[in-house]
Ligand binder design. Structure first.
Ligand code: SAM
Length: 334
């Protein structure tokens, strides 16, 4: 098992399969920057499914138990079920999941399930159509995402999680309604503090609603109580509805950083490994793959990267670090 400079094991690998997305969420891929002139990666630059699977096997052999497919929007990459089918058979893998904006889920949910996907997380920032469409800036209405979630439920991709980014003055006044909508359905809504990822989203501290404030607002209408974490390193703090009708989660990267338990690595579409969501640079695995390195050599490189990992950006965050030229969330997928 690999451990880093703070004795944190490597347990989760997030694999971004594309830097492209059919949404232009204003807090993630603002249209002014990711417009028609933006240079996305060329097909030849991104890892093939064979390359991804080979790396994933090596990572799982060195402690990774969970793989999360992300993007960009992973469902815009062709034949994603083919990748799922080749990942699911990796010996030692315990959890295979996917994060999506849900807009293409109706068409693909059953194929993904048949290929071996276990569950999905769907991003949905508001049930108010005007607010949702102004945030995704691509004209897709709430109904399409709800239908995608329903398709995931029909296909048995459970438990379904819904992620909502909380932005003060934009959608925060609609979030109790979001919780209420899914209460009692088995869908777990998780609220994410707006983060200073990337360098293009105009992040400002005053747009962050600390989780404890949101907890108070939800508790006032839908009483909740704290629940135990499921495992070390769980990203969301869990809260149960007091009436037993399910749970919600809070992802408190800004107000209560959880770097001490971070067991995650992130692989970009072109094969750069990032050891922190807020990293400025990655480590190049694609060159190894394409220059004939053996599995042992790739594993040695992974070990050398992980052993010296000492990232804890969220615990060190200051006004200055927030301005660093960090990798874009739309590139490595959250
Ligand atoms: N396209 C997929 C999706 O929509 O879930 C996967 C990639 S997306 C970058 C992953 C998650 O990151 C989404 O839930 C998105 O809302 C979230 N996200 C993007 N920018 C964020 C920010 N600045 N702060 C917090 N969450 C953010």
């Amino acid at each position: 098992m690999l451990t880093d400079a703070f004795n944190r094991p490597l347990r989760d690998l997030r694999i971004s399969v594309t830097d492209r997305c059919n949404f232009r969420c204003t807090y993630c891929m603002p249209r002014e920057i990711f417009g028609p002139g933006y240079q996305f990666l060329d097909r030849s630059e991104i890892l093939s499914y064979e390359e991804i699977t080979r790396l994933a096997r090596i990572f799982v052999a060195h402690g990774v138990e969970k793989l999360r497919i992300t993007g960009g929007e992973p469902l815009v990459r062709r034949d994603l079920p083919t990748l799922i089918a080749s990942l699911r058979d990796i010996p030692g893998l315990k959890d295979l999941t996917l994060t999506t904006n849900g807009s293409l889920l109706r068409a693909q949910a059953q194929k993904l399930k048949d290929a071996g996907l276990e569950r999905v997380t769907v991003s949905l920032d508001s049930l108010d159509d005007k607010i949702f469409q102004s945030m995704n800036d691509s004209g897709v209405p709430v109904a399409v995402i709800l239908d995608g979630i329903e398709a995931a439920r029909e296909a048995g991709l459970a438990p379904i999680k819904v992620n909502a980014v909380v932005k003060r003055g934009t959608n925060d006044h609609t979030l109790v309604d979001l919780a209420r909508h899914f209460k009692g359905t088995g869908v777990i809504v998780r609220f994410i503090e707006f983060m200073d990822v990337g360098a293009t989203n105009g992040w400002r501290m005053e747009n962050v609603v600390p989780a404890r404030e949101l907890v108070e607002r939800i508790d006032a209408e839908l009483p909740i109580e704290p629940a135990e974490a499921n495992y070390r390193g769980e990203v969301a703090q869990r809260w149960h509805y007091k009436d037993g009708s399910g749970e919600i989660g809070m992802i408190t990267s800004i107000s209560q950083p959880f770097c001490g338990d971070c067991t995650r690595a992130r692989l970009s579409p072109e094969g750069e490994l990032y050891t922190c969501l807020f990293a400025v640079r990655g480590h190049d695995f694609r060159s190894l793959l394409r220059n004939g390195a053996s599995d042992e050599e790739i594993a040695e490189f992974l070990a050398s990267v992980w052993h010296i990992r000492d990232d804890r950006y969220s615990e060190l965050r200051t006004a200055e670090t927030a301005l660093l030229p960090k990798v874009e969330m739309s590139h490595i997928g959250g």
